[in-house]
Design a protein around this ligand. Structure first.
Ligand code: PLP
Length: 398
C-alpha cells in the first residue's frame, strides 16, 4: 500500500506512447530502428499555418483566451461544421481544448456518473477504456473482427445496450483499423439508437479528412433524431499535420458543453493562444497541401496493402481511411525461433523489434490480440525496408 490514488493507479500508461518512447530510446542508442508506431502524419505543418502562428506571436496574442476558446476560432468551427458536416451550432455549443483527446476526456467526464456504461468497439483507440475508467464508469466492448472489416453490426450494438448505457463512443475513420463506416452503415446503427433516449453519442471524427477511394465521411450527428444527443469531436492534429500544437474541439448540446467548459476551466483553462491562431488559419484558408498529403497517404496505403497481402499468413483488409494498417498475424502464434515463443501480439512485436529493429504496436493495446498496427505515416523507403525486414523475420518462424 503506497497511499496513492486507487483510481489513477488502475489506469495503464498509453501503450502507443510507451512504444514510441522505447523506439526513440533505441534510436538514440544508435540502433537503426524503423518505427511504424507513430500516430501522427510525418509531414511538417503547412507553411501558411506556421506563418499564422508567427504573426500571432509578433502581435502579442500571448495571453489567456476565453476558457472555451478564442471567438474567431469558435466561429470558424461553426462554419466548418455547417459546410462540411451538415451540423448547425451556435457559439455556446462549442468547446476548444488542448487536443481532441482532451475534448473526449472532458466530454466523458461531463456525461458519466459512477457505474454508467460506455459502449465502444474493439479494436478501439487506446485511450477510450482508460478515460471511461477515470469517470468511474464501465467500458462495454463489442468485438469487431477482421472478417467484418472491424465494423460493428446493428445487432451487436443492440445486444449490449442496457438501462445503464450512457454513451455510445463511435470512431470513424478508425484508429487503429483505418475502417470507414459508410453512410448506410451509420444509418443502420443510428436506427438502433433511435428510441434509446438515455444514450448519448460521442462521435470521434478526428480522421475525417483522411479517406480514400471516393469514400465520404458522414457525421452521425447530422441524423435528425440524434442531433440533440450527439457530441461531435474533431481537431486539427491529423488533417493539418498539427499534432504538437494541441487543438481539438467538441460540439453539441449547450448544457453538456457548459459542464465540459467548467471542468476545463479548473484544469487547463484555455488551449494555447498561439495554437488557436494557427488552427484558425488551418480551418479558414484554402490550401493544396492538405490534398497532397492525403494523396501521398493513399499511395502508401496502396503499396503497403498490396505488399502485406503477399506475406504468407497475414490477413489485412483494405483500410479506407486514416494512416494505419491493422492486420491479423495470429497464424504465427504457437511458432518458435531463436528462443522466441510467439504466442500473442506482444511477443510478436517484441520479436520484430529485437531481431529486425521494426517497431509495430501490438493489437492488444487496441483490444485485439490477434493483430498488430502499422502506421504508414513514413517514407516509401522506410516502408520498403520495413516490409523486407518483416518478411524475413516471418519466414524464420515455424
Ligand atoms: C481516434 C483518435 N481520437 C483522438 C485522438 C486525439 O488526437 P489529438 O489529441 O492529437 O487531437 C487520436 C490521436 O491519436 C486518435 O487516434
Amino acid at each position: 500500500m503506497n497511499g496513492y490514488s486507487e483510481l489513477i493507479s488502475s489506469i495503464e500508461e498509453s501503450r502507443t506512447m510507451a512504444i514510441s518512447s522505447l523506439v526513440k530510446k533505441l534510436q538514440s542508442e544508435g540502433k537503426n530502428v524503423l518505427s511504424f508506431s507513430a500516430g501522427e502524419p510525418d509531414f511538417p505543418t503547412p507553411e501558411f499555418i506556421k506563418q499564422a502562428a508567427i504573426k500571432a506571436i509578433n502581435e502579442n496574442f500571448t495571453r489567456y483566451t476565453a476558457n472555451e476558446g478564442y471567438a474567431p476560432l469558435i466561429n470558424a468551427i461553426i462554419q466548418k461544421f455547417a459546410k462540411e458536416n451538415n451540423l448547425e451550432f451556435k457559439p455556446q455549443n462549442i468547446l476548444v481544448s488542448a487536443g481532441a483527446k482532451h475534448s473526449i476526456y472532458n466530454l466523458i467526464m461531463a456525461l458519466c456518473n459512477p457505474g454508467d456504461e460506455v459502449i465502444f468497439q474493439s479494436p478501439y483507440w487506446v485511450s477510450y477504456p482508460e478515460m471511461v475508467k477515470l469517470a468511474q464508469s464501465t467500458p462495454v466492448i463489442i468485438d469487431a473482427e477482421v472478417e467484418q472489416e472491424y465494423k460493428v453490426s446493428p445487432a451487436q450494438l443492440e445486444k449490449v445496450i442496457t438501462p445503464k448505457t450512457k454513451i455510445f463512443l463511435f470512431n470513424t475513420p478508425s484508429n487503429p483499423t483505418g475502417s470507414v463506416y459508410s453512410k448506410e452503415e451509420i444509418l443502420a446503427l443510428a436506427e438502433v439508437l433511435k428510441n434509446k433516449e438515455h444514450i448519448y453519442i460521442v462521435s470521434d471524427e478526428i480522421y475525417e479528412k483522411i479517406v480514400f477511394d471516393g469514400e465520404e465521411h458522414f457525421s452521425i450527428g447530422s441524423i435528425d433524431y440524434l442531433k440533440d444527443r450527439t457530441i461531435t469531436i474533431n481537431g486539427v492534429s491529423k488533417a493539418y499535420a498539427m499534432t504538437g500544437w494541441r487543438i481539438g474541439y467538441a460540439a453539441g448540446d449547450a448544457g453538456i458543453i457548459k459542464l465540459a467548459r467548467n471542468l476545463q476551466s479548473h484544469s487547463t483553462s484555455n488551449a494555447a493562444s498561439i495554437s488557436q491562431a494557427a488552427a484558425l488559419a488551418a480551418l479558414t484558408q484554402e490550401s493544396d497541401e492538405i490534398e497532397d498529403m492525403i494523396k501521398k497517404f493513399k499511395e502508401r496505403r496502396d503499396f503497403i496493402y498490396e505488399a502485406l497481402n503477399k506475406v504468407k499468413g497475414v490477413k489485412c483488409p483494405l483500410p479506407k481511411g486514416a494512416f494505419y494498417v491493422f492486420y491479423d498475424v495470429s497464424s504465427y502464434y504457437g511458432t518458435k525461433v531463436n528462443g522466441y515463443n510467439i504466442n500473442d501480439s506482444s511477443s510478436f512485436c517484441n520479436y520484430l523489434l529485437t531481431e529486425e529493429s521494426v517497431g509495430l504496436v501490438p493489437g492488444v493495446a487496441f483490444g485485439n490480440d490477434k493483430c498488430v498496427r502499422m502506421s504508414y505515416a513514413c517514407s516509401f523507403e522506410d516502408l520498403t525496408d520495413g516490409l523486407e525486414r518483416i518478411t524475413r523475420a516471418l519466414s524464420k518462424l515455424n
